[in-house]
Design a protein around this ligand. Structure first.
Ligand code: S3P
Length: 431
């Protein structure tokens, strides 16, 4: 099992980039595949999750090629997919399984989707329910878990009130909506990331958006295009927090996506007293991008709850590291969704940061953290979850003594190159 040893870091200085955004990379491959004509994707994330999406579409008859560093997707139009000859393995990727289910629900053929031991334990009723309302027939283990057997075709548009603020659910329904009679709309209780809406519009779909809703017209055609994927703010998050916390740091991260449905970590850290400047704002397609400059500053604890939660859901693990070293108390509430991510991230962060001396308590829907002056190195576990592993690595950079993190190959899920970037920025000693 791969292990990572981290020691206290020196100040983080200089300019770095982070790999392409995971959510946008998945969508670029998927939407490119069902668009007509070629899409050329730049800065696509080469993490395992997105490779699983690419493999899934290869099985469904889509061809890909390389042009330099770019990936070319030869889209076959809405009706161009072919049945896969075997079950499609989505690996660890919830986004692959949930979004692909929406597309496959619209096909006239049967598909089977499966995943690794973690994905097969994650809730799927949230997509099975609306897809069934639209007319798809889906069988799942105990009506909830993968493998999913999807018999699609002949869908009717619906008006769906999602009980969750989940971009995966919203995207799944909108994608099925492309294959449905009439219009399909999704309304959510709070805004979730809107990359699907932005990219579908960019590729020419007929789609209207409101503050909490999106409506797509069935049969809308997508046209292949050049897509440049912004740097992933969820990956940048690890180095943003590290630069806030390691004295003397002055770090610039260039080309990071700052989509307003994703940039909540910056808002939260600023409220905690962080010095983060957003510079050189520009657009990649419909996605806003900027360079971020982060300087060391003293942080104070805050309360985090409500509308901001879906926006920062993937960044909460590393936010707990910031809270552990801020002055005063941080309370994170209404974040129950963390319990059904790649692992239960409330439990993983409370138990593992606790081993490092953090004063951190689980509550049913979040965490209570009393800031302390210093963490101490310890032996900790990722539970096979990439964001837990990287958050603990950042904690290790701030701890006295050395920290060993078990089971770190999962980092490749979303951030290949994390270790070399860490090495470049710090003088830690790792095995
Ligand atoms: C994602 C949406 C979020 C997020 C996940 C990626 C997406 O999940 O946590 O990492 O790409 O749509 P939920 O939709 O389940 O909240």
């Amino acid at each position: 099992m791969q292990q990572l040893r981290i020691k206290r870091a020196q100040a983080l200085k200089g300019r770095i980039t982070v790999p392409g955004d995971k959510s946008i990379s998945h969508r670029a491959i998927m939407f490119g595949a069902i668009a007509s004509g070629r899409s050329v994707i730049h800065n696509l994330l080469a993490g395992e999750d997105c490779l699983n999406t690419k493999k899934a579409f290869q099985r469904l008859g889509i061809k890909f090629a390389r042009r330099g560093k770019a990936l070319i997707v030869y889209g076959r139009g809405l009706r161009g997919l072919r049945p896969a000859k075997a079950p499609i393995d989505c690996g660890n990727s919830g986004t692959t399984m949930r979004l692909l289910s929406g597309i496959l629900a619209g096909q006239e053929f049967r598909s089977v989707l499966t995943g690794d031991q973690y994905l097969r334990r994650r809730p799927m009723k949230r997509i099975i329910a609306p897809l069934t309302l639209m007319g798809a027939k889906i069988k799942a283990v105990k009506g909830e878990f993968a493998p999913l057997i999807i018999d699609g075709g002949d869908l009717q548009g619906i008006s769906y009130r999602s009980p969750l603020a989940s971009a995966q659910v919203k995207s799944c329904v909108l994608l099925a909506g492309l294959y449905s009679q009439g219009r399909t709309s999704v309304r959510e209780p709070q805004p979730s990331r809107d990359h699907t809406e932005r990219m579908l519009k960019y590729l020419g779909a007929r789609l209207q958006t409101g503050k909490l809703s999106a409506t797509v017209t069935g049969g809308s055609r997508l046209k292949g295009k050049k897509i440049t994927v912004p740097g992933d703010i969820s990956s940048a998050a690890f180095f943003i927090v590290a630069a806030c916390l390691v004295p003397g740091s002055n770090l610039t991260i260039t080309g990071v996506g700052i989509n307003p449905t994703r940039n909540g970590l910056i808002q939260v850290l600023k409220k905690m007293g962080a010095s983060i400047q957003i510079k050189n704002k520009r657009f990649f397609g419909n996605e806003p991008v900027a360079d971020l400059n982060i300087k060391y500053s003293r942080l104070r604890g805050i309360n985090v709850r409500g509308r901001i939660i879906p926006n920062i859901i993937d960044e909460i693990p590393v936010l707990t590291v910031a809270a552990a070293l801020a002055s005063g108390r941080t309370v994170i509430s209404e974040a129950r969704e963390l319990r059904v991510k790649e692992t239960d991230r409330i439990r993983s962060m409370a138990s593992q940061l606790g081993k490092m001396g953090a004063v951190i308590k689980e509550k049913e829907d979040g965490l209570i953290i009393e800031g302390i002056k210093e963490l101490k190195g310890a032996k900790v576990n990722s539970f096979g979850d990439h964001r837990t592993a990287m958050s603990l690595a950042i904690a290790g950079m701030l701890a006295d003594g050395s920290t060993t993190i078990n089971d770190t190959s999962c980092i490749n899920t979303s951030f290949p190159g994390f270790l070399s970037l860490l090495n470049k920025l710090t003088k830690g000693d790792r095995a």
